[in-house]
Design a protein around this ligand. Sequence first.
Ligand code: MN
Length: 210
Amino acid sequence: MNTALRQYLSRRNYEQGTQPSGARHRASNEPLRFVVQKHATRRAHYDLHLEVGGEFKSWAIPRGPSSDPEDTRLALKSKDHSLEYGEFEGSVPDGECGAGDVIVWDTGVYSPDGDGNFFFGDREEAEMRVEQALADGRLSLFFWGYKLAGSWMLELREGSEREWLLVKREDVFAEPARDLLGEERSVLSGRTLEDLRDEATDVEARRRRA
Ligand code: MN
């Protein structure tokens, strides 16, 4: 495990006392969380993580989300992630799974909204509905994040097992003209991926001089 990630996890454990991570969320009635990481691998992409059942269900979105309802984006189902990993920001070293710099591009809470009802205040019902919708290959969900907001559709492409499509649904939060991906800074630290890379370069330069 890389140093930044280990530090992050130990800090979390400290903040949460001796509770096993994840337990806090299952025990509470807080809304379900989502995270979108921007991930600089050989091909930079966005990773969407939806909290359900004590972990993150995850999709890689090569071109990133769009707030234009006319603009459907491919979302490739990836492996599930632990809640810790999905919130991570920093550098994953070469040779490790997911190597490359990562920022938390957006985060917030979400609720299934398929029948026009929200379940921000009922975690159990929300999780049940999300699990069922994912099994059915069609999840309508409402994001309440720093950048993503309103109703979105995540739908399994017909005949595919891995290819989903993410599209903004028509509502007051749809903004066809908005340059969503131009809002490139981490919502946690204000850093861009370039900032992260420059910091890593500085650390390396200092190490060489030492
Ligand atoms: Mn990724």
